[in-house]
Ligand binder design. Structure first.
Ligand SMILES: *Cc1c(COP(=O)(O)O)cnc(C)c1O
Length: 326
């Protein structure tokens, strides 16, 4: 028996739970992208997923496995990002209560979106209040179940369904390139790739400003860093999880980093050439392919576009400074 938090069967089971509920997002092609890299690229379009990011898969898979008592009390999550909306919508689809703890200076649009899915938003002051303590207190006093954004077996298995669909659609790949924050998406996708195509090279991509995962895999223990300054706000994690790390150690071949400038260039390419609205974090894998940080010449490559939630004015400001996808 495996000592890892998840194996391939867990992902297959998650995919069955998500059937008819999560979108089976398309795998996009671009002749221009192929010409630019000399590879055959398949872009898995998770920015077109419900709530605009793959996190819906993990959130739904976790809540779907709640027992009667957990369903009666509800779910709690801390997040100002895509996980908040994923939990809020998943709870609503199950008819259960969701409490989302967010910093009071989170973008108003994100607070409104989370409330729009029917969640109760509890705001805290990130400078004076301890989020963990507040969450624990709420969870204990009200019997709520905490679902973390990546370090949970049901979340990791749910995220792996992204790769399951991609392989079903396009078959064997030489290389799979995946955005990386806390490692939920990469651990799930790596589990699938290793089981289905043992020779597929599995690569995680994190922001250059926060290469904690690269250092963790190199040193064999989880390295923690200060919150990195990067436009990839979905990957500003300080450390891998205790469940995700061993899965990455077992299956991942390499971690590479990309700069914010490379992310902006990839966003511009996605928008102008491929007509796709992808958030900075969602472009991590594409940026690694376009910038040559990963050797992909002549190879069949899967690239995960992980999300599309970015304020459109900010999006326009960022891509107006890029080359527009040359
Ligand atoms: C959360 C997130 C990531 C990182 O996922 P992890 O499971 O934390 O590694 C990447 N892209 C987007 C759009 C995200 O929301």
């Amino acid at each position: 028996m495996s000592t890892l938090a998840i194996d391939y069967d867990d992902v297959v089971a998650a995919h069955r739970r998500l059937e008819g509920i999560a979108h089976w997002t398309p795998a996009l092609r671009s002749a221009t992208a192929d010409a630019r890299t000399g590879a055959t690229l398949h872009f898995k379009a998770e920015h077109l997923q419900r709530v605009g990011a793959f996190k819906f898969r993990g959130g739904y898979n976790a809540i779907n496995q709640f027992d009667t008592r957990q369903k009666a009390a509800g779910v709690i999550a801390f997040s100002s990002g895509n996980h908040a909306q994923a939990i809020a919508l998943s709870a609503r689809l199950h008819g259960i209560r969701a409490v989302i703890v967010m910093p009071e200076d989170a973008p108003a649009i994100k607070i409104a979106a989370t409330r729009g899915y029917g969640a109760e938003v509890v705001l805290y002051d990130r400078y004076t209040q301890d989020r963990e303590a507040l969450g624990r207190e709420l969870a204990e006093s009200q019997g709520l179940t905490l679902i973390p954004p990546f370090d949970h077996p049901h979340v990791m298995a749910g995220q792996g369904t992204v790769a399951e669909e991609l392989f079903d659609d396009v078959g064997e790949l030489d290389t799979l390139i995946v955005p990386l924050g806390g490692g939920g998406l990469l651990s799930g996708c790596a589990t699938v790739a290793r089981a289905r195509y043992p020779n597929c090279r599995i690569i995680g991509v994190e922001p250059e400003a926060g290469n904690d995962a690269q250092r963790s895999l190199a040193s064999g223990k989880i390295v923690s860093i200060d919150t990195p300054r990067t436009i990839a706000d979905g990957a500003q994690t300080q450390a891998l999880g205790t469940l995700t790390f061993p899965v990455l150690q077992a299956h991942v071949d390499e971690i590479v980093t990309v700069s914010d400038a490379e992310l902006v260039d990839a966003m511009g390419f996605m928008a102008v050439r491929m007509k796709q609205f992808v958030e900075p974090t969602g472009c991590l894998a594409a940026a690694a392919a376009f910038s040559g940080r990963v050797a992909i010449d002549e190879r069949r490559v899967g690239i995960i576009l992980s999300g599309g939630n970015v304020d459109w004015i900010r999006f326009a400001e960022l891509i107006s400074s890029s080359q527009g996808g040359t």
